[in-house]
Write a protein that binds this ligand. Structure first.
Ligand code: CP3
Length: 349
């Protein structure tokens, strides 16, 4: 069995997360597997429901590896979705064509009786089987990232019943009955620790917590429902799996990103595209390795506009520990050639 130090030495992604300043930063992209790739669409058209893709190990392995074959990224991210955790808890979750996710909402303490974190590992077993297959198939220098949504972000889908425009329902519950709402957050902390721990047991080497909707909360609620649950997840995982890096991605955190970086205990912090590069370099990168933050729509535009911003990011952040990424996931209309051009810029200047 290989020692962890040996794995770190040959995987640029693990070196950067360990704090090493690299001549060329490692690169992977959020949502690097997905509809912008013709080979993904070819697999996708044969399955009726998106969740079926997440729960078919052979297919999940295949689509995880597609962007690695095409671009040779420094990390693969398990193909799955943050909404498998509500599914694992027993909530009804469906993905409708053109509509996004639809969940049978939970909106008060009584609704929580239908959710149970005990069978999460069992219900999500096909996901961990996919992890084992991916780990066995990856090139030696490529790291494997597992992930989950953060409790706050996952709760927005569970309470709103899907994607939301203004998050009124969840904010009214969280502000009006913080004790009751905290019980949902507690359930999610338990389920998320189990889910990430099972991914690590199966072979992921890094985990990322996606907090897509962290940025909609005022400070006190951000501390209670974003920082505190994340801190508990990080503490539990660090006890069970010491040395496994945890990347936190609190999208839209703005001025609260510094508090998030230090108080949660995450290893590294993912930055969205609105984070100024001077703040990223002078404040955040002093605390933690940083990851980000090209606007995914610049990847759609391509050409000189994309190249200029990619170089500005490299110039600002390559002097410290850094992982090149987007500021949010790749969008479906992204031309695959532009992704290749971006990889070339990051790798060769
Ligand atoms: O990064 C990767 O390549 C791994 C796969 C991945 C998916 N979703 C696959 C997916 C990851 C890391 C996610 C995370 C995720 N899922 C987030 C957090 C990051 C973010 O983008 O904000 C959120 C909020 C979700 C929830 C979700 N899943 C929504 C709102 C939707 C519908 C909108 C959309 O993009 O279609 C999904 C579906 C989804 N998850 C797709 C993929 C490839 C598209 C479904 C399809 O192929 O039909």
């Amino acid at each position: 069995v290989e020692q962890p130090e040996q794995a770190i030495a040959r995987k640029p992604m693990l070196r950067a997360l360990a704090g090493e300043v690299m001549t060329r930063p490692p690169i992977w992209l959020m949502r690097q597997a997905g509809r912008y790739l013709p080979e993904y669409r070819a697999v996708r058209k044969n399955v009726a429901d998106f969740l079926e893709l997440c729960f078919s190990p052979e297919l999940a392995i295949e689509v995880t590896l597609q962007p690695i074959r095409r671009y040779g990224f420094d990390a693969a991210i398990l193909f799955c979705d943050i909404l498998v955790v509500p599914y694992g808890l027993g909530q009804k979750v469906a993905f409708r064509e053109g509509e996004g996710p639809v969940l049978e909402p939970v909106r008060n303490v009584a609704d929580l009786a239908s959710l149970d974190p005990a069978p999460v590992r069992e219900r999500l077993a096909p996901v961990y089987q996919a992890v084992r297959g991916i780990a066995a198939a990856l090139p030696l220098a490529v790291a494997l990232i597992g992930f989950a949504g953060s409790p706050w972000t996952v709760a927005t889908y569970m309470v709103e019943g899907g994607t939301s425009r203004d998050f009124q329902t969840i904010r009214l519950w969280a502000y009006g009955d913080p004790e009751g709402f905290s019980r949902l957050i507690d359930l999610l902390v338990t389920a998320t620790v189990e889910h990430l721990s099972a991914q690590i047991d199966a072979g992921v080497e890094i985990v990322q917590l996606f907090d897509t909707w962290a940025g909609i909360l005022p400070e006190a609620a951000f501390r209670r429902f974003v920082i505190e649950p994340t801190r508990r997840i990080v503490a539990a995982l660090s006890l069970r799996h010491p040395g496994v890096p945890i990347i936190g991605f609190p999208r839209g955190a703005g001025c609260l990103a510094e508090a998030y970086a230090t108080e949660t205990g995450v290893t590294a912090i993912g930055l969205d595209a609105t984070m100024p590069l001077g703040v990223a370099r002078d404040r955040l990168q002093r605390l933690r390795p940083v990851q980000g933050n090209l606007d995914p729509l610049l990847l759609v535009v391509g050409g000189a506009a994309m190249a200029a911003q990619a170089r500005a990011i490299l110039a600002a952040l390559s002097g410290g520990p850094f992982v090149f990424n987007l500021g949010h996931g790749i969008v479906p209309q992204t031309p695959p050639d532009h992704v290749q051009r971006l990889v070339d810029i990051v790798r060769h200047g």
